[in-house]
Structures are given as structure tokens and as C-alpha cells.
Ligand binder design. Structure first.
Ligand code: SF4
Ligand code: SF4
Length: 114
């Protein structure tokens, strides 16, 4: 009986879920999603790669930075801890609220910004 009452109660309530992907919820204020990387600020120091606990950052050669290197992010390994953003002395990394990272292949999750 209690169960029937509960079903009846919820029958007229608005659903708590949304029809994703047609309808999307705004992530929480402090949500940590895909990185934004500003290569013009990067000095290639490698601190982000050293700090990353998931080994999700690789420093690769680049002629766009003073230090001759830039980070490449492997989002399939990333745990979105935000350490790379916090440690970067040049504010070159910013985690955004972007969360739609489903991919058919890992290569689609390599963030290599030139
Ligand atoms: S958010 Fe964390 S796990 Fe992801 S790349 Fe940055 S330091 Fe590594
Ligand atoms: S910590 Fe910042 S400045 Fe240093 S390599 Fe990483 S992104 Fe570039």
C-alpha cells in the first residue's frame, strides 16, 4: 500500500531528469571539465606535467613557447583534479565546464593546441 501511495505521489511530479542531449543542465559553478590552453602564455616550464598525478600531460617540442616545449593533454587519463591549472605560473591552463567528452577512439581525447 505504501508503495502504491509513493507511485501515485510521483505520478504527477515533474521528472528530475532531462531529455539529454536535447536538453542540457548547466554544470555546477565549480565543475571541472575539459581544459582550455593558452599557448601564448605558456613558457614550457613543464610544471603542469610534473604535477599531474594521472600522467595525463606530456611535454612536446614547440616553437611557440620560450622554453621550446608545450603540454599535450590526454583527457582519457585525466581525473580533472585541476592541479595543472593551479600550478601553472602563467595562467596558461583553465579547466572549463565542458563535459561532453564521450568518444569512439582515445585519439579524439588528445588536446594538442598549437
Ligand atoms: S586536471 Fe589533473 S589529472 Fe587532468 S591533466 Fe590536469 S593535473 Fe592532470
Ligand atoms: S605549467 Fe604553465 S607555463 Fe609551464 S608548461 Fe605547463 S602550461 Fe606551460
Amino acid at each position: 500500500m505504501a508503495m502504491l501511495r509513493e507511485i501515485w505521489r510521483h505520478f504527477f511530479k515533474k521528472p528530475v531528469t532531462v531529455k539529454y542531449p536535447f536538453e542540457k543542465l548547466e554544470p555546477a559553478e565549480r565543475y571541472r571539465g575539459r581544459h582550455e590552453f593558452y599557448i601564448d602564455r605558456c613558457v614550457g616550464c613543464g610544471l603542469c606535467a610534473k604535477e599531474c598525478p594521472a600522467l595525463a600531460i606530456e611535454m612536446v617540442p614547440s616553437d611557440k613557447t620560450v622554453g621550446g616545449k608545450k603540454p599535450v593533454f590526454y583527457l582519457d587519463r585525466c581525473i580533472f583534479c585541476q592541479q595543472c591549472e593551479r600550478i601553472c605560473p602563467r595562467n596558461a591552463i583553465k579547466l572549463t565546464k565542458f563535459y561532453e567528452l564521450a568518444a569512439y577512439d582515445k585519439s579524439e581525447l588528445v588536446l594538442d593546441i598549437s
